[in-house]
Structures are given as C-alpha cells and as structure tokens.
Design a protein around this ligand. Structure first.
Ligand SMILES: Cc1cc2nc3c(=O)[nH]c(=O)nc-3n(C[C@H](O)[C@H](O)[C@H](O)COP(=O)(O)O)c2cc1C
Length: 225
C-alpha cells in the first residue's frame, strides 16, 4: 500500500487529534453506509500494526448479517445481566443507565481474532511472554480505532460475551480466539467525555499518577515501595 504523502507537521497534528478525539461509541451511531475505501484504509491501518515475531496473528471477520448481530446482542444482554447481578445495589443502579453496545445501530461489526499458532513454533520475542501475541492483536485494534476516528467513524468495543459462544456463532476454528467485537460506522458526533465518566461510573486519573521514576511508587497511597 502507498502511504499518502503529507507534511510531518500535518501528520503529527492529525495523529494527536485522532488520539484525543477517539471515543468508545455506543449511542451515537447513525447506521449510514461506510465508504468502502475508508473501510479499506481502516483495515489496512490495523494490518500495519507491529506484531511479535512479525506474526500478524490477527484476522478480521466483518459481520453485517442482521440475524448474526441479533444473536450476538441477545447473548450480550444475558452477560449484562450476569454482571449486573454481581454488583452492590448502588453500583447496579449506576450501571443500569449505561449502554454497553451499539451492535444493532452501527453499520458494521468487525470481530478481531488471535491465532497463537501463526508463525509458531519459533516466534521471535514470544518465548518468555506468551501474551505478546495477544498484545499484538490489541495494537491492531488500536490502529483500527484511531484510523476510524481519523476517517470520522465511531468504534465501540464490546466484551460482554463468552469466547465459546462467539466462536460457535461465527465458525471460528478451535485454537483461534475472538479478542474483540467492534461496532463501527458513521456517528452523529463523538462525545468529549467517556460514557463511563459521564454516567458517574468511574473517573479518568491524571497522567501524573501513572508515571513512576526509576522504581515503582505507590502513588494511590502516597508511599514508595
Ligand atoms: C478491552 C476493552 C473492552 C471493552 N469492553 C466494552 C464493553 O463491553 N462495552 C462498552 O460499552 N465499552 C467497552 N469498552 C470501552 C471502555 O469502557 C472505554 O474505552 C472506557 O470507558 C474509556 O472511554 P473512551 O474509550 O471513550 O475513552 C471496552 C474497552 C476495552 C479497551
């Protein structure tokens, strides 16, 4: 693929814009068609991600079949109930107001999978850290998410499912794991604040709390380990 030629300044500006504008979208999908060329660019961005041992262990299952989406949403609803039942009453009432997927409203769903056998057995960089393959898939997802944002599309990650259910629904072979069900499509707008923050579920923490120098510092309690 030929990378479009843009000035370094513009590349940086649009990259940071995409990073900070990106939102997890549930409620703002319009259902309008996705420009096929934009979708191709978004998938190409995902496929350009770094991967341990250059394994590129991801695949993308594009789901537009309404019956398949409906079956998935019914399963998500069951899992939502499972999670809700685990919450104390005050958290359950906050959770009750939070939408957790836009499967039926979004134009397309993309299920991203992980094949740990790709490039095996001698995967350069995975001998000590088995999860490095999974990390690679998550980087592809993040590339997809940012590219979609740059294209003016919204993306929502749905993880309220059992892997076995999704594998059976989509005919994913044994040994290959579904990592994410992503809803994607045009949106009315992107919220400035994450939904979970807007609904009082949880606040983002400042960057300064995430940075440690030389050794781990227990910033939450203000103590040094
Ligand atoms: C691995 C992963 C799984 C997620 N699963 C869900 C989900 O099932 N439903 C949902 O509404 N949001 C889900 N999210 C979105 C997060 O809630 C969201 O990223 C977070 O609240 C921050 O909001 P933002 O992405 O808009 O910045 C998931 C995000 C990640 C990274």
């Amino acid at each position: 693929m030929v990378v479009p030629s843009v000035s370094a300044e513009r590349t940086l500006t649009s990259l940071y814009e995409a990073i900070h504008r990106r939102r997890d979208v549930r409620g703002q999908f319009t259902g309008a068609p996705i420009d096929p060329e934009a979708l191709e660019r978004v998938l190409a961005a995902a496929h350009a991600a770094p991967s341990v041992g250059l394994t590129q262990p991801w695949d993308f299952v594009l789901v537009s079949d309404v019956a398949t989406k409906r079956a998935f949403v019914d399963h998500v609803s069951t899992e939502r109930d499972v999670f809700a039942a685990s919450l104390p009453p005050e958290r359950a009432s906050v959770f009750a107001n939070i939408k957790i997927d836009g499967v039926m409203e979004s134009t397309l769903s993309i299920v991203v999978t992980y094949d740990p056998a790709r490039g095996a057995p001698a995967i350069l960089g995975r001998h000590a850290i088995a999860d490095a393959g999974l990390y690679s898939v998550c980087l592809a997802i993040q590339n997809l998410w940012l590219a979609a944002t740059a294209e003016g599309l919204g993306v929502g990650w749905v993880s309220f499912y059992r892997e076995g259910f999704l594998s059976e629904l989509l005919g994913i072979p044994d040994g290959i794991r579904p990592v994410a069900w992503l809803c994607i499509g045009p949106v009315s707008h992107l919220e400035e604040t994450p939904d979970l923050e807007r609904h009082g579920w949880r606040q983002r923490r400042p960057l300064s709390e995430a940075i440690h120098h030389d050794r781990w510092t227990d910033k939450a309690r203000g103590l040094e380990n």
